[in-house]
Design a protein around this ligand. Structure first.
Ligand code: SAH
Ligand code: SF4
Ligand code: F3S
Length: 441
């Protein structure tokens, strides 16, 4: 038997990239993963193009591999993900040590590309082929896994928010057939998974073909998944406010396996800015939606994304963002300075200064941190269920996640990863909660 070659993958960006990295690794037969680039025969950077900084990181990281390539001429270096899609052959021009460039829609062709790169060619594929790449990506024989997993159900986006590269890097919205998703979910559960997070750039726009031949919504898919024995928890991300249909709102109230946590980005609170962002919802319609969701599931934890410093954002517009944060109340949040992205409509407009953007980001983050803190502290004394994930930072400790996605540390005694444990929260620390298992009668 020939010795396995070694693969080093570094993943940037969103959870969809994490899922893709897993699938790429599995598809490369004859490779096993290594955590050190120095040992690798193939280095793959799975990149993100969402903000300028994210894209620039790729080039600085590639520069660091120069000495490795000089020492080991057999090393191959590849760039996958959204930078690969956006920049294509330009990457090889700018950094000649790159042998392989593969866009997110072509991962099923990675083994052939790898073979070409190994033979000394420059291999590039940034097509948007018609075929269903996930069905063509090879799986490895069943291996045990940890208790949580991602599962991509939908890819791409047709929304074209004026700031965003995703519709260009990931292409048009496509939903995977429900039968395939159910098969994959059952397989994950057989490997030990107890919680699945369904992924999509616009996951609640899901409209895949169902087992009955009809089109299924995300809610329908969630109900079908909830019938899998052994699967304890279902989550989904990222949702768009315009695609939260009645069935999905209702499922938050009635599907016990669907967790009470929702990432629902609003981006900004001023209707003028929302319109210029091409978001097609208003601050008021968003807040009404939150009300309906909380009516269905009063303890729902809300998470969001925000952009400050979008072109033409005035101080008054920014205050509207602060207002919507106060009105909606977030248990967690991600906030960013607007970053001009090549090829997007907003990049052509007059830009605000970095000073203004920095100042607004600082103020917004102070408010969001305060809210997150208050929500986390309010958990003390409450009963939650924790899915045990892995040993904690200290000896004798385990860590897992509550329904609300808070990390909870507790005494490891008698608990193993994959257990669901009822706990009382005893304290709230800087980044996590502490809990005590409840004695079951
Ligand atoms: N599909 C999701 C998220 C896409 S990207 C959605 O529609 O909400 C994740 C987040 O990155 C976005 O929600 C947005 O807040 C942020 N983002 C996207 N483009 C950006 C840009 N050009 N500058 C700053 N932040 C950006
Ligand atoms: Fe980007 Fe908007 Fe699509 Fe989200 S909905 S991926 S922010 S274009
Ligand atoms: Fe980044 Fe592409 Fe995800 S741009 S956020 S890796 S879809």
């Amino acid at each position: 038997m020939t010795e396995a070659k070694k693969l080093f993958i570094k993943t940037y960006g969103c959870q969809m990239n994490v899922y893709d990295s897993e699938r790429m690794e599995e598809s490369l037969q004859g490779y096993e993963r290594t955590d050190t680039p120095e040992d690798a025969d193939l280095i793959l950077l799975n990149t993100c193009h969402i903000r300028e900084k994210a894209a620039e990181k790729v080039y600085s990281e590639l520069g660091r591999f120069k000495h490795l390539k000089a020492e080991r001429p057999d090393l191959r270096i590849g760039v996958a993900g959204c930078v690969a899609q956006a920049e294509g052959a330009e990457i090889m021009r700018r950094q000649p040590l790159v042998d392989l460039v593969v866009g997110p829609q072509s991962y099923h062709r990675l083994p052939q590309l790898e073979a070409r790169a190994r033979a000394g060619e420059k291999a590039l594929d940034t097509d948007f082929p018609e075929e269903d790449k996930f069905e063509k990506l090879k799986r490895r024989p069943k291996a045990k896994r940890g208790p949580t997993a991602f599962l991509t159900v939908q890819e791409g986006c047709d929304k074209f928010c004026a700031f965003c590269v995703v519709p260009y890097t990931r292409g048009a919205e496509v939903s995977r057939p429900a039968t395939r998703i159910l098969e994959e979910a059952r397989d994950l559960v057989e490997r030990g998974v107890r919680e699945i997070t369904l992924l999509g750039q616009n996951v609640n726009a899901y409209h895949g073909q169902g087992a009955d031949g009809r089109e299924w919504s995300l809610a329908r898919l969630i109900w079908a998944l909830s019938e899998i024995d052994g699967l304890a928890r279902i989550r989904f991300t990222t949702s768009h406010p315009n695609d939260m249909d009645e069935d999905l709102i209702e499922a938050h109230g009635s599907c016990s396996k669907l967790m009470p946590y929702l990432h629902l980005p609003v981006q900004a609170g001023s209707d003028k800015i929302l319109k210029r962002m091409n978001r097609s919802h208003t601050a008021e319609s968003y807040l009404k939606l939150i009300d309906r969701l909380r009516a269905a599931r009063p303890d729902l934890h809300l998470s969001g994304d925000f952009i400050v410093g979008f072109p033409e954002e005035t101080e008054e517009d920014f205050q509207a963002t602060m207002d919507i944060v106060r009105a909606a109340g977030y248990g967690s949040a991600f906030s960013f300075k607007y970053s001009t992205r090549p090829g997007t409509p907003a990049a052509e407009r007059d830009q605000l200064s970095e000073e203004v953007k920095d100042d607004r980001l600082r103020r917004l983050q102070a408010l969001l941190t305060e809210q997150q803190r208050a929500v986390q502290d309010s958990m003390v004394g409450r009963e939650v269920s924790v899915l045990v994930e892995k040993p904690g930072r200290f000896e004798g400790q385990m860590v897992g996640k509550s329904e609300y996605l808070h990390a909870v540390h507790f005494d490891a005694a008698g608990h193993v990863p994959g257990d669901l444990v009822r706990m009382r929260i005893t304290a709230s620390g800087p980044n996590s909660l502490s809990g005590e298992a409840l004695q079951l009668a």
